[in-house]
Design a protein around this ligand. Structure first.
Ligand code: PMV
Length: 326
């Protein structure tokens, strides 16, 4: 009972930050993202056997940490329950991109894990069930199950059965959409997203304001994606990233994930837009690296405008969701 699946990272346009249930990873707000193409992917093989005395996982050649294994067990238990089996799993996962690419591998990793484990157990799951399983590993992974533009609905049920990602538009909907990732630092973040979002939720009053505003933002971002309204999408993406980082800065003690180079990139993107009309929008997660949304015809201009500020720059297109490959 063995299968292999691949999945790619996603970049949020409307960010997930804050959980209403820590274990089930149920979010405080809806989020919207774009899944990247296969130039970046995680590939995960899962084998179930009665002969295995415990679950084990190798991640890029090293044994997974205790924290990772806890999240892996949540995903596997959800699928084992559906398959009515208690068999343990051996997992081998690798990323074709290094941590230093500025891309988190947890979203693609848990999306690939869910798809591979479900296939190994001969479960025929729809994207809703797969998205829920991936969510248990890492919240943002719920969106990497879906190709193109994904909308993770926070849901209301206590058991998380209505908290999963759906597709807004597939990867061929907006063919010239691009995501330019600028790696400005390879330093490990001072506070991980799990601890950081908990602290923001507990201590920031600006965060409560942000939550009130988000349903409107989600609806406007969806409309901009469906209408391929680049200018509107870039404007909303920047506003949203700024709002997230304002709440982070308002956390006690403050969470400052962006650095001097990030701020300089924000300035350059704003200058670019002043000179050319709205051609790009920056977005920052829990770290200093920039993700800049733009269109194919402006990729070189964007890259040129931030030259010297980044150690590495990668441009991606919208891509497919998780797929079983063997
Ligand atoms: O799922 P996590 O714990 O990796 O959280 C990711 C949170 C952000 O990347 C900051 C935002 C997002 O929606 O991806």
């Amino acid at each position: 009972m063995k299968a292999t699946a691949i999945a790619s990272p996603n970049i949020a346009i409307v960010k997930y930050w804050g959980k209403r249930d820590e274990r089930l990873k149920l979010p405080m707000n809806d989020s919207i993202s774009v899944t990247l193409d296969r130039s970046l992917y995680s590939e995960t093989t899962v084998e179930f056997s009665k002969a295995f005395s415990a679950d084990s996982m190798q991640l890029d050649g090293a044994e997974a940490s205790e924290r990772e294994m806890k999240n892996v067990a949540l995903v596997l238990d959800c699928l084992r329950k559906k398959a009515k089996t208690g068999m343990n799993a051996r997992i081998i996962s690798r990323n074709n991109f290094p941590k230093s690419s500025g891309m988190a591998s947890s979203a693609s990793g848990y999306a690939a894990l869910s798809a591979a484990a479900a296939a190994a157990l001969n479960l025929q799951l729809d994207s809703r069930e797969l998205s829920i399983a991936a969510r248990l590993g890492s919240g943002s992974a719920s969106r990497s199950v879906i190709g193109g533009f994904a909308w993770w609905k926070k849901g209301q049920d206590e058991d998380g059965s209505d908290s999963y990602a759906v597709q807004v538009a597939d990867e061929s909907h907006w063919k010239d959409f691009r995501i330019v990732t600028a790696v400005v630092s390879e330093e490990k973040k001072p506070v991980g997203s799990t601890d950081g979002m908990k602290l923001t939720l507990e201590t920031s009053s600006l965060y409560r304001e942000r939550l009130k505003k988000l349903p409107g933002t989600v609806s406007r971002v969806r409309q901009a994606i469906l209408g391929r309204d680049a200018g509107q999408l870039f404007r909303l993406a920047m506003e949203e990233s700024d709002s997230l980082h304002a709440s982070m800065a308002d956390t006690k003690p403050p969470l400052i994930y962006i650095n001097e180079s990030s701020r300089e990139i924000m300035k350059r993107v704003n200058e670019l837009n002043r000179e050319n009309g709205m051609i790009a929008g920056y977005s920052f997660d829990a770290g200093p690296n920039a993700h800049i949304f733009t269109t194919e015809q402006n990729v070189n201009r964007v890259i040129h405008s931030i030259k010297g500020l980044a150690e590495r720059i990668v441009a991606s297109s919208p891509g497919k969701g998780a797929e079983v490959v063997a």
